[in-house]
Ligand binder design. Structure first.
Ligand SMILES: C[S@@+](CC[C@H](N)C(=O)[O-])C[C@H]1O[C@@H](n2cnc3c(N)ncnc32)[C@H](O)[C@@H]1O
Length: 231
């Protein structure tokens, strides 16, 4: 047995909100992370409407973090999906949390209790990928490593992207132009992205990559966020 243990890079704010010491940022907003997921990523990509008409839907995410975006997406998809439809959720994560950290970070949301337990019970972040069929017709695949290296090897066309790195100023490698060009290349025509940030360099990188980009009302006190599509 190794005498070395991995030094945790997570510290905890009030109400079990995790903060990365590596990136000096929280994993989700201090106000209400679950509501932010709904506003920014689910509504920002217009998903409830699109789920009603598409039999197979693929979401990809940069930064799996606590799994909150995935679990809230699953919860909302179950509410509106027509019978027989399938959901595929692919995420890219370089610094996975432990299952205990995820459990603690997700503990404040009663509505996610069962699915969070199932995810955390199965979670194994020590290989190249983690796959789980958490619910019939729903597949989760988390690819571990730097998204800058993983995306060029990826082949699956994406309907909607969740761009959820830490703050662009603190985690610029998840918002750079080559990476967002790869995001664009993997997006289906008519596919979309959404992100909580409205940072100027992110908007320009998304436009240079080829997306049509809009600034829309951000979550809670945030004035703006970005969403967009591929023609
Ligand atoms: C804001 S958190 C994501 C929150 C997450 N979507 C959730 O639902 O909890 C940003 C995530 O991006 C990951 N990350 C940062 N740089 C990365 C990179 N270059 N490649 C892949 N993941 C990265 C971090 O480890 C962190 O988990």
């Amino acid at each position: 047995m190794s005498i070395f243990t991995k030094q945790s890079e997570t510290e905890w704010l009030d109400e079990n909100i995790p903060r990365s010491t590596r990136f000096d940022d929280t994993y989700y907003t201090k106000t209400d992370g679950r509501a932010e997921t709904g506003h920014v990523f689910i509504n920002g990509n217009n998903l409830p409407e699109r789920w009603k008409t598409q039999s197979r839907f693929t979401i990809a995410e940069l930064g799996f973090g606590t799994g909150l975006n995935f679990l809230e997406t699953l919860r909302q998809w179950k509410e509106v999906r027509p019978p027989g439809t399938t959901l595929e959720f692919i995420s890219f994560e370089q610094f996975p949390l432990t299952s205990d950290e995820m459990r603690r970070a997700l503990s404040r949301w009663k509505a996610l209790e069962q699915s969070a337990q199932s995810l955390c019970d199965h979670w194994q972040p020590d290989g190249k990928t983690f796959e789980l069929e958490i619910f019939p017709h729903v597949t989760l695949r988390v690819n571990f490593g730097d998204a800058n290296n993983l995306l060029p090897e990826h082949a699956c066309p994406v309907d909607a992207w969740y761009l959820d790195g830490f703050s662009p100023a603190k985690n610029p490698q998840l918002w750079n132009e080559p990476l967002l060009k790869n995001v664009f290349a993997l997006t289906k025509p008519g596919g979309t992205f959404a992100t909580y940030t409205a940072a100027g360099f992110v908007r320009r990188n998304l436009q240079t990559a080829g997306f049509m980009v809009s600034r829309i009302k951000g979550f809670d006190t945030k004035r703006e966020m970005l969403s967009g599509y591929k023609e």
